[in-house]
Design a protein. Sequence first.
Length: 80
Amino acid sequence: MSVNPDAVNAAFFDELRKHYSEEQIVELGVFIAINLGFHTFFGSLKFYPLFSPDGRLLTQSESEALYGNAPGSLKPEAAE
């Protein structure tokens, strides 16, 4: 949705309809869109994930040191 919006086309929705109802597709789309928005907004504030990959609670400075200069969800390779 965020990296290649053109990929979310009629064929994409036809494939989803094989597995989900219209209501579920809408709910899934809204959930994804809201989370993409949160990640983008938090990234602009340099808000890093609160947890390490192994589940430990981190301070923002520990998280920045672990995840680098941008949260992983905002790096292009994370969206693939």
